[in-house]
Design a protein. Structure first.
Length: 139
């Protein structure tokens, strides 16, 4: 297809060319990889039979699972947050827009608050220090 030409009907229906399809495929691949990583973490052999060793191993497994789950959240959320931001900007940029576009634009911007930094920072500080901040006294 030359520059400036309209695509044919077959090219226009090509679902493999759409950005949405590529995002869905990337998301699916990332979620499959995360599922296999979680499975590897869960099925990993124990390092010992001592109760302290088992407790430490459980803590490591929990931290690894939380990290993998957080990565899945970022994988899904970041592109959707960008879509919210661009859509809100488009809705609010019209000077002669209907009133409901204003409400919809501000609602899309409000959806970004829990996803972006300020909301995450407040929740993280309220949770206290992470596992690296805790020290166990050695006797």
């Amino acid at each position: 297809m030359a520059q400036g030409e309209l695509p044919s009907a077959e090219e226009a229906r090509c679902r493999f060319c759409s950005p949405t399809f590529r995002y869905n495929e990337r998301c699916r691949a990332g979620l499959i990889a995360a599922g296999s990583a979680l499975r590897a973490v869960i099925r990993r052999a124990r390092t010992g039979a001592d109760p302290d060793t088992v407790a430490a191993d459980d803590a490591l497994r929990q931290r690894a699972a939380r990290t993998i789950t957080s990565a899945c959240g970022i994988l899904v959320t970041v592109p959707l947050a960008g879509t919210c931001l661009v859509s809100a900007g488009a809705l609010l940029s019209f000077s002669c827009r209907p009133a409901w576009w204003t409400y919809a634009g501000w609602a899309l911007l409000a959806l970004l608050i829990p996803v972006t930094g300020p909301g995450r920072l407040v929740r993280r500080r309220a949770a206290g220090p992470g596992p690296r901040g805790r020290h166990r006294a050695v006797s």
